[in-house]
Design a protein around this ligand. Structure first.
Ligand code: SAH
Length: 507
C-alpha cells in the first residue's frame, strides 16, 4: 500500500474568501480533514460531502483531543494511505502548534506539505480598518501570545521600547494583566489600543480605547475570545478606516438551499455584498441517461419538420443545461436546429441559453410558466409544434395550456431532481438558523421541502423563527405552510432576491 500524505493548511481567520487558492484545491482533493474550533462554518460548508471530517478542537473549555492524540491521528491516517488535511485557523505556524504536529511525521518518514494561511494577527485588524504598520506611526509589528502572559515569559519593557505595534493573540482572558504590565513597563497610558472579537465574521465586534481604558471598555462591551488586541498608534485608524459596515449585507448570514451547481453564482454575489454564506444543498440534479434515445428521436422529428414552425420550451437554467448536454452527447450541435425557435421562462434562463450561443425568441414579461404559455399562445400558428423539455418536478402548466389550444405539444423529461436527505453541513447550519441576522434563501418549493426534511425528518420543529427569502409566490406558499417568516422577491429571479435581502437588512 502506498503511504498517504499530510497537508498542514491554514484556513485564514474565518471569512471563506480568505482561504488561499491552494488551500481550496487541497481541501477538494482530501480524503480526510482534521480541523479545530477556529475553522469557520462558512469554510466547513464548502468541504466536499464525501470527505471524512475529524473534529479535534476545544468544546466548551475541554479539549476534544489532546495534542499527542492529534499527532497520532495524522500519522495513522497518512500511514493508511489517505490524503490528510490538517486544517487550522489563520496560519498553521502562528501559534498553531503546526511545528509540533509535523515533527512526528518527519520522524516517521511521512510526506507532508505546509500551506500558509492568512493569519488573524494581520487580517483581523485589517477587517477593523487597522493597518499594522503605517509610515510615521509604526515601522514594525510584533505578534505576541497573551496566553502565557506572565512576568517570566514576556519582556514587557522590551516590548514598550520598540515603540511599535503590539498584537496579542489569545489575550482575551488576560487583557487586564497585559495592559497593566505595559503601563508598568513605561508605556504611555493614553496609547491607543483596540480589541476585535470574531474578526472577519458576521459577529465581528470591536472596541477602541487606550491601553489604560481598554480592559474596562472591552468588559462593558462583553468582548470575548477569539479576539485580537492591537496596542499602538495605528489602532486609532479604526475610527477613519473601518470599512466593513458599509457593505450592504455585512453582519448577515445567508443560507443557500439549492443544488450545488446552481449555488456558485449566488454565493459570489452575496459574498461581494459582505454576507456570510452557508451552503446547505437540499436538492440534487442529474441528467437522465435513459432519455438520450427519446431525446434523439425528438431531434430527428425536428429535423424532419424543418421549415415548419417549431418551438423548444425551456423553463429553467437546469433545463437549458440538460438540453445541451443531451444534444452534445448525440454528436450534434445547434446548427441542426437552426430553424427552431426557443421560448424561455425568464431572463436568467435566456442568459443561460445565450451562453450556448442561442438567443431566446420569446421571454414573457412575467417569469412564470403560466405567463410563458400565455405569451406563446398569442404568437404561435395553430399548426406549430412545441417541445417542452423539463425535469421531474417542473410544472405541466405549459404543455397543458398549449394542448388545450390545439397545439401539437410533446414533453420530454431530461433530468431528475431529488431531495438530499443528509448533508454534513446540516448541524452547522441548523445552529445559525434562528438568529435574527440569518436569512434562508429558497428558489423553489422543493427546496423548502428538502430543507425542512433535512433539518427535521419528523417535521415537528418550530420553524416560525426562520426568515425565508423566497424567489416567488409559489415557493413562499410552501414556506408559509411551515409558519416561516416569509419575504418574496419582486421578480422571480435571484438578483431580485438579493435586492430584497438588501432591503431587509436596511430595516
Ligand atoms: N494560527 C492562528 C492563531 C491561533 S491562536 C492565526 O494565525 O490566526 C488563536 C488566537 O487567534 C485566538 O485566541 C485569537 O487571538 C486569534 N484569532 C483567530 N481567529 C480570530 C478571529 N476570527 N477573530 C479574532 N481573533 C482571532
Amino acid at each position: 500500500m502506498t503511504q498517504g500524505k499530510v497537508w498542514l493548511v491554514g484556513a485564514g481567520p474565518g471569512d471563506a474568501e480568505l482561504l488561499t487558492l491552494k488551500a481550496l484545491r487541497i481541501l477538494q482533493e482530501a480524503d480526510v480533514i482534521v480541523y479545530d474550533a477556529l475553522v469557520s462554518k462558512e469554510i466547513l460548508c464548502l468541504l466536499p460531502e464525501e470527505v471524512r471530517r475529524i473534529y479535534v478542537g476545544k468544546r466548551s473549555g475541554r479539549h476534544a483531543a489532546g495534542q499527542s492524540e492529534i499527532n497520532q491521528i495524522l500519522l495513522q491516517e497518512a500511514k493508511a494511505g489517505h490524503k490528510v488535511v490538517r486544517l487550522k485557523g489563520g496560519d498553521p505556524f502562528v501559534f498553531g502548534r503546526g511545528g509540533e504536529e509535523l515533527m512526528l511525521l518527519a520522524e516517521q518518514g511521512v510526506a507532508f506539505e505546509v500551506v500558509p494561511g492568512i493569519t488573524s494577527a494581520v487580517a483581523v485588524p485589517a477587517y477593523a480598518g487597522i493597518p499594522v504598520t503605517h509610515r510615521g506611526s509604526s515601522s514594525s509589528f510584533h505578534v505576541i501570545t497573551g496566553h502565557a502572559a506572565g512576568p517570566d515569559t514576556i519582556d514587557y519593557e522590551a516590548l514598550v521600547h520598540l515603540h511599535a505595534t503590539l498584537i496579542f493573540l489569545m489575550g482575551a482572558g488576560t487583557l487586564s494583566y497585559i495592559c497593566e504590565q505595559l503601563i508598568k513597563a513605561g508605556m504611555d497610558a493614553h496609547t491607543p489600543a483596540a480589541m476585535i472579537e470574531n474578526g472577519t465574521l458576521p459577529e465581528q465586534r470591536e472596541v477602541l480605547a487606550t491601553v489604560e481604558s481598554l480592559p474596562k471598555k472591552a468588559q462593558q462591551a462583553g468582548l470575548q475570545s477569539p479576539a485580537v488586541i492591537v496596542v499602538g498608534d495605528v489602532a486609532s485608524f479604526m475610527e477613519s478606516l473601518s470599512w466593513k459596515q458599509f457593505l450592504p449585507l455585512q453582519g448577515k448570514t445567508c443560507v443557500l438551499t439549492r443544488s450545488k451547481e446552481k449555488q456558485a453564482a449566488l454565493w459570489r454575489k452575496l459574498k461581494a455584498r459582505g454576507a456570510r454564506v452557508l451552503l446547505l444543498e437540499t436538492m440534487e440534479t442529474a441528467v437522465d441517461e435513459k432519455q438520450q434515445k427519446p431525446f434523439e428521436d425528438i431531434v430527428e422529428k425536428m429535423i424532419e419538420r424543418t421549415g415548419q414552425e417549431q418551438w423548444v420550451i425551456l423553463t429553467s437554467q437546469t433545463d437549458v443545461d440538460a438540453f445541451f448536454t443531451l444534444l452534445q452527447r448525440s454528436q450534434r450541435d445547434i446548427r441542426t436546429l437552426a430553424s427552431v425557435r426557443f421560448a424561455v421562462v425568464g431572463s436568467k434562463t435566456a442568459a443561460s441559453l445565450h451562453q450556448y450561443g442561442v438567443r431566446a425568441d420569446l421571454v414573457p414579461p412575467v417569469f412564470t410558466a403560466e405567463a410563458l404559455a400565455e405569451a406563446l399562445l398569442k404568437i404561435v400558428e395553430p399548426a406549430a409544434f412545441a417541445y417542452v423539455f423539463k425535469g421531474n418536478r417542473s410544472s405541466a402548466a405549459i404543455s397543458q395550456a398549449l394542448t388545450a389550444h390545439g397545439i401539437c405539444c410533446e414533453e420530454l423529461l431530461l433530468y431528475t431532481t431529488r431531495s438530499v436527505s443528509e448533508r454534513a453541513a446540516a448541524p452547522l447550519v441548523s445552529a445559525e438558523l434562528r438568529r435574527p441576522d440569518t436569512y434562508v434563501l429558497f428558489t423553489s418549493g422543493s427546496c423548502v421541502e428538502g430543507f425542512v426534511q433535512m433539518l427535521d425528518p419528523h417535521r415537528q420543529s418550530d420553524f416560525s423563527q426562520i426568515q425565508a427569502v423566497c424567489i416567488g409566490e409559489k415557493t413562499a406558499q410552501r414556506a408559509r405552510q411551515y409558519h416561516m417568516r416569509v419575504a418574496v422577491a419582486k421578480q422571480a429571479d435571484t438578483d431580485s432576491m438579493i435586492d430584497l435581502l438588501e432591503e431587509l437588512s436596511r430595516k
